[in-house]
Ligand binder design. Structure first.
Ligand SMILES: NC(=O)c1ccc[n+]([C@@H]2O[C@H](COP(=O)([O-])OP(=O)(O)OC[C@H]3O[C@@H](n4cnc5c(N)ncnc54)[C@H](OP(=O)(O)O)[C@@H]3O)[C@@H](O)[C@H]2O)c1
Length: 345
């Protein structure tokens, strides 16, 4: 993305990368505000949700997916207010909204005071839901929702069995709750410390990923499960045929750092009669699904992990925790200093 050079362009504060690298690569400096085009909305960001993809993005792992130019603003999840909407838009200035942003299509992301995004990727946030909480939802919930429900992904059916590998993570927690709501039999892998939390979310049982997974799963599912959702990485599942029944499915969520030799893994699985795929969240036309999920969060029908808030200026500290795997719960960056309720002046 090129940076407008017109001196009259309004600016915004952003956590900016001028190179790929470690957590100290961010600089909080002003940048020109992005300008909406066509039906795009200009969103003022209150909070940016932080995802594992963000540290990988910071390190340059997303260069395979879109062209990246510096200065570069990362971040997918955002909650905030509509700052500008084109005439005829279904959104109004001041609407409280949440979005996975258009960063997945190469636009600047949510680690900045403003972003532009197509309305088909934006959902309203009910007044009862804090924007800080809403900002933690899009990527992890949409990924879990698509992995569990889509006909071309997990397509889980009532009465079928699913193992959610990585059940204590943000994606895993949503996947457990969606699968339980669908009427599936749910097993989740986690560390011993998270067992009761995941059973409270709706997992019928948990297995400890530090012990023998096939041996533990065989106690309830000797022939394996119908569906395995892998939200951890290929190296953590050396033998899926010991976990999934013939005719079953494996949906691996692309990690960018532990996806293995994908064609070989798919071929190996096919040899055991298992359909395996690796997928990334689809952010096209996600507004309706996101609105349904956000409403369920607002109504208390979906539980979220603990949230830890950082100022945008402290983005490096948040990223160090995230990259080291020490971020228990979900991290958000406070991008706007306004309260999370009404739109600021
Ligand atoms: N491509 C996409 O569209 C997309 C979208 C979303 C996420 N992802 C990727 O999916 C992965 C998960 O994302 P996330 O947001 O859920 O991450 P997260 O919240 O950071 O997940 C952390 C959890 O992973 C669990 N874990 C670590 N190693 C494990 C193992 N060997 N077995 C089982 N659980 C293990 C830990 O559980 P304990 O606390 O119990 O130890 C921890 O709570 C990341 O690699 C992320 O980049 C990709």
């Amino acid at each position: 993305m090129s940076v407008p050079t017109d001196a009259t362009t309004p600016t915004m504060q952003a956590a900016v990368l001028t190179r790929f690298g470690d957590a100290d690569s961010f600089q909080c400096v002003p940048l020109p505000r992005p300008q909406p085009e066509g039906d795009e909305l200009l969103i003022r960001v209150a909070y940016a949700g932080v995802n594992p993809a963000d540290w990988k993005d910071r390190r340059g792992y997303l260069t395979a997916f879109f062209d990246i130019e510096f200065p570069y603003v990362i971040g997918f999840d955002a909650a905030g207010w509509v700052e500008w909407a084109p005439p005829g838009s279904s959104f109004q200035v001041g609407d409280r909204v949440v979005t996975p942003s258009a960063h997945g299509q190469g636009k600047w992301g949510s680690y900045a005071q403003y972003l532009v995004v197509s309305p088909d990727g934006v959902a309203r946030v009910p007044d009862s839901l804090d924007l800080r909480v809403a900002a933690t939802v899009p990527v992890s919930a949409l990924t879990a929702w698509q992995a569990i429900t889509r006909t071309d992904r997990g397509y889980l059916q009532p009465g079928q069995s699913v193992m959610v590998h990585g059940g204590a993570g943000s994606v895993g927690r949503f996947a457990i709750q969606f699968a339980k709501e669908l009427g599936a039999d749910v097993t989740a892998s986690c560390s011993a410390a998270n067992r009761s939390a995941l059973e409270n979310l709706g997992a019928h049982r948990t297995v400890d990923y530090r012990a023998d997974l096939p041996e533990q799963l065989a106690r309830s599912h000797p022939a394996g499960v119908d569906l395995l959702i892998d939200a951890v990485g290929a190296s953590s599942l050396p033998d899926i045929a010991a976990l999934v029944k013939p005719g079953g499915r494996v949906v691996s969520i692309a990690t960018l750092n532990d996806d293995g030799d994908v064609p070989a893994l798919i071929a190996d699985a096919a040899g055991a009669g298992i359909a395996r795929q690796v997928f990334a969240m689809d952010d096209a036309d996600c507004a309706a699904d996101l609105a349904t999920i956000v409403d369920a969060v607002a109504d208390g029908r979906l539980q979220l992990p603990a949230i830890h808030e950082y100022a945008l200026a402290d983005v490096a500290a948040a990223h160090r925790l995230l990259e080291n795997g020490k971020a228990a719960g979900k991290l958000v960056l406070r991008v706007s200093d306004s309260a999370s309720g009404a739109a600021p002046d």
